[in-house]
Design a protein around this ligand. Structure first.
Ligand SMILES: NC(=O)c1ccc[n+]([C@@H]2O[C@H](COP(=O)([O-])OP(=O)(O)OC[C@H]3O[C@@H](n4cnc5c(N)ncnc54)[C@H](OP(=O)(O)O)[C@@H]3O)[C@@H](O)[C@H]2O)c1
Length: 276
């Protein structure tokens, strides 16, 4: 049995589908069954990883697990998996871990997650993806209002990755050999600016979309309205102070999957209905 966290989300949802497509038994962890869209042959179970005891009923028979990062007690979560006899964990992380800067709240969260995996005694594989193509879904409210997207980070190019590819790599590591103790740094096939992503969406959706970056003052105001101060500081550090560069392209997706990484065009076409 494969246990998948974040099953209602961008990456976990793709992991569930990829495992189910292979005919493998999947237990999808959801906080509320009301948010779950059933997938054939997938068992959805309710648990909240902020409260680890809610996981206890669902650990029986679990061979391998896919974990999102950053739950409050990652060592405790790993201890439960180890006690339940789980033989393999694929741990999602983030690229900023490589900066090693624990004063950045996002990086500290990812580093703490990775340390929990390494120290758990459970065989692990860590995935460090660049920013996700699905981050474009954050523009949905603006795209419902009109054709102009005004958003932060207009000058930040990211070799963004399709969650479909993150999931495919995760499934390769969950089901195949040779990934134990590996840290896979994965990216999409090319660095793109937000304006380039919007140009792709404009073609796919057949709309005259335009992108305009927010000023630094507007960016800070938007961040402060949507996240706690420590994360405002973290993203400011990444993108204004330049601590994080996610523009490099890495070969790991193609090396692991034997096919090129999916493009933003692929992602936009697959998700066009989400924007309609
Ligand atoms: N976005 C990026 O560019 C990026 C880059 C690197 C790493 N990451 C990491 O990747 C993670 C996954 O991204 P995503 O886009 O797939 O996220 P997402 O679509 O926002 O999904 C998050 C998932 O986590 C679940 N969840 C949240 N709190 C939970 C809890 N206490 N217990 C159990 N499940 C809980 C949510 O379930 P509900 O349905 O119950 O809300 C949802 O299924 C992010 O959280 C981030 O740490 C993101």
């Amino acid at each position: 049995m494969y246990l998948v966290s974040g099953a209602t989300g961008n990456v976990g949802g793709e992991v569930v589908r990829a495992l189910a497509d292979r005919g493998l038994p999947v237990r999808a962890l959801v906080r509320s069954a009301a948010r779950w869209k059933p997938v054939e042959h997938v068992e959805a179970v309710e648990a909240d990883l902020d409260e680890l005891d809610t996981l206890d009923p669902w650990l029986g028979g679990v061979e391998a697990a896919f974990l999102l990062p950053g739950f409050p007690d990652m060592p405790g979560l790993y201890a439960k998996l180890r006690e339940a006899g789980v033989k393999r964990v694929v741990q999602l992380s983030g690229s900023s871990t490589e900066t090693g800067d624990e004063t950045n709240a996002v990086t500290a969260m990812m580093m703490g997650t990775e340390a929990a995996a390494r120290e758990s005694g459970v065989p692990w594989t860590i995935l460090r993806p660049s920013g996700f193509m699905s981050n474009a879904l954050r523009w949905l409210p603006l795209l419902r209002e009109g054709d102009l997207v005004r958003a932060p980070w207009g000058d930040i190019a990211v070799a963004c990755i399709d969650p479909f590819d993150i999931a495919a790599v995760a499934v390769a590591a969950l089901t195949g050999e040779g990934h134990e103790g590996a840290v896979h740094r994965i990216s999409g096939p090319r660095a793109m600016l937000p304006a380039e992503q919007i140009a792709v969406l404009a073609r796919v959706l057949d709309r005259p979309l335009r992108f305009e970056g927010l000023t630094p003052e507007e960016t800070r105001a938007e961040l402060e309205a949507t996240m706690p101060p420590k994360y405002v500081a973290a993203f400011w550090n990444f993108y204004v102070e330049g601590a994080l560069d996610e523009s490099p392209v890495y070969p790991a997706v193609e090396e692991i999957l034997g096919r090129p990484a999916r493009t933003f065009e692929d992602w936009a076409e697959a998700h066009a209905d989400d924007f309609r």
